[in-house]
Design a protein around this ligand. Sequence first.
Ligand code: PLP
Length: 396
Amino acid sequence: MAVTQQTSAEETIALDNQYVMHTYGKLPVVFVRGEGCFVYDTEGKEYLDLVAGIAVNGLGHCPPKVVDAICKQAATLMHTSNLYYTTLQPQLAKFLVDISGMNKAFFCNSGAEANEAAMKLARKATKIAGHPEKTEIITALQSFHGRTLAAITATGQPKYQKSFAPLPPDYKYVPYNDIEALKATAGEKTCAIMMEPVQGESGVHTATTEFLQTARELCDKFGAALIFDEVQTGLGRTGKLFGYQHSGVIPDIMTLAKTLGGGFPIGACLAKGHYADVFEPGDHASTFGGTPLASAAAIAAVTEIIEGGWVENADEVGKYFRERLSELPGIKEVRGLGLMIAAEFTDPIAKQIASRALDKGLIVNPIGENILRFVPPLIITRELIDRAISIIRECI
Ligand code: PLP
């Protein structure tokens, strides 16, 4: 069988079950095409996608400007080693620096890798400052920072860590938004505090301004780095370009991925002040980090997110979506910012709703028993939200 042959849904699922490691609990649907807020399966059935690759397809599926940039760059220069200069990587770095308030960028391929870079950077910064004893990294319980060994260690959820001990040492955890716990945990040994401005994976919980301000003050007091994991919140998702802008608390290091490439894999670790100059040749690297192809995709995607007004759209349509969700029966709480939204139900019906919705052509993401998470494309309209709400209502 030719490897590129089109297979039926049944054949695809059988092949996947036999040859792909079972790291995901997959739903029985096979997608073959996407356009805007919709994806289509092998039978041509249309699905309104409110998951968007888990906050990756910020501009929807196959955004024309990103597709165009990728096609042109693919025919020009896809990859060359980071041992040589290429034209687009520094342009992307300057672009991200200009919009984020950071000073320099390191490029990689995913959120976990961006967080690895951030943690290595913070650890090296304390060594350079003459404080090798400052090694502790504080993160939040219920956080999510990715799946590498250090990233699952930073992730304050034992379920992701339990099979992989021993974990890297010197991580400490505090309940999210618990200022007193943060104060009690930070100290002379603190190397970094790493937080998501809004926790996504565990059900969309927003950090209070006071909590982030306290983290900032403690980092300043103890000479530690404040790292914001903006892998999910960054680039318009929360109705502002960056999640940190809701609080006004500025981190020393910020990580990006997901929507950065408009669907193409790329991650970035941005750093400010003296943190921007910590890494030297040999300290950190990524073969594929910031290739011409990835950089072209990211420049096109971020330009369109800003110039298309999609950050403002996320804010406006996000408010509308939250209002409409609150009207649904059985809702306990609707929370979130912009188009990063969770609807918590009183009863454990989230999985059932998600599976019925899939049958009716709507993709939503259940978290646990009671929560539905929505991270739709930033380009979604009120009309499509209305369509989603009526399907969810039917499914309840
Ligand atoms: N950080 C946050 C806040 C995330 O939401 C995720 C993924 O969901 C990651 C890191 C990991 O990103 P990746 O899967 O690209 O490694």
